[in-house]
Write a protein that binds this ligand. Structure first.
Ligand code: NAD
Length: 257
């Protein structure tokens, strides 16, 4: 089992869904964890603290580079710096290209893509100085293929995978690695909203969920946050240390089609 005692992990967007699942796995493996995201921080801190490590939360809005800088400074001041950076915060908006609201395009690019650049550039110097680090970017199958209605999301996630490759190459001779993980459907609030939107057209909610899976995910089962947490632990392990610049799909067969 991967032992991360003494390491500090920063997981963006970890008050919900996938980020929370990854934060719990990292804490279970012994890491101290800096949480980030909106919502009830106290409740999430208590949940992650059950494993006995040090846990904090920073309320940075990762669409703002200055907030990201403050969050990294907080992690350095209170935790001695970030050893494991999980860039997970993300949002979705579904609309055809010609109807896509400009402000939604800008915020999806800022949150899903530019934030990964900012947190990476701010954490890398310290990782290089310690000659150990893990940068794990939560991309998506939509970093490798498109779907209608998701122009900004697909563009941002393809960008994340490109950035991951460059950082993977720039750190290739060090003990710092950078990889992306590419989930298929995971039942989180982000996806529940898409199921609710289908159900709002009059379809039975169970049928809407089945249709969503059947269109893309051959297993007809959701990927779970704990499964993604385990993949992150592998990438943090010694066994994972030569996985570099990869885009690792975990998608119930979505990309095999
Ligand atoms: P979610 O809505 O459950 O959680 C998103 C998290 O990001 C929350 O903690 C939220 O507070 C935080 N967040 C949103 N905007 C933020 C901002 N501006 N600053 C800081 N935090 C912010 O969503 P999720 O499904 O868990 O998605 C997490 C990541 O996984 C996203 O990058 C998403 O693109 C990716 N992903 C999700 C799925 C899926 O099926 N759910 C599939 C592939 C990839």
């Amino acid at each position: 089992m991967t032992n991360l005692t003494g390491k500090t992990a920063l997981v963006t967007g970890s008050t919900s869904g996938i980020g929370l699942g990854i934060a719990l796995s990292l804490a279970k493996a012994g890491a101290n964890v800096v949480l980030n995201g909106f919502g009830d921080a106290a409740k999430v801190i208590a949940e992650v603290q059950q494993f006995g490590g040090k846990v904090g939360h920073h309320p940075a809005d990762v669409s703002k580079p200055e907030d990201i800088a403050e969050m990294i400074a907080y992690a350095e001041r209170e935790f001695g710096g970030v050893d494991i950076l999980v860039n997970n915060a993300g949002i979705q908006h579904v609309a055809a290209v010609e109807d896509f609201p400009l402000e939604r395009w800008d915020s999806i690019i800022a949150i899903n893509l530019s934030s990964v650049f900012h947190s990476t550039r701010l954490c890398l110097p310290r990782m290089r100085a310690k000659n150990w680090g893990r940068i794990i970017n939560v991309a998506s199958v939509h970093g490798q293929v498109g779907s209608v209605g998701k122009a900004a999301y697909v563009a941002a996630k393809h960008g994340v995978i490109g950035l991951t490759k460059v950082v993977g190459l720039e750190t290739a001779t060090t003990q710092v690695t950078c990889n992306a993980i590419c989930p298929g459907w995971v039942l989180t609030p982000l996806v529940q909203k898409q199921i609710d939107d289908r159900a709002a057209t009059g379809i039975d909610p169970q049928q809407a969920q089945h249709d969503l899976l059947a269109e893309k995910q051959p297993s007809l089962e959701f990927v779970t946050p704990p499964q993604l947490g385990e993949l992150v632990l592998f990438l943090c392990s010694e066994a994972g240390s030569q996985v570099r610049g990869a885009a690792w799909n975990i998608d119930g067969g979505w990309l095999a089609q």
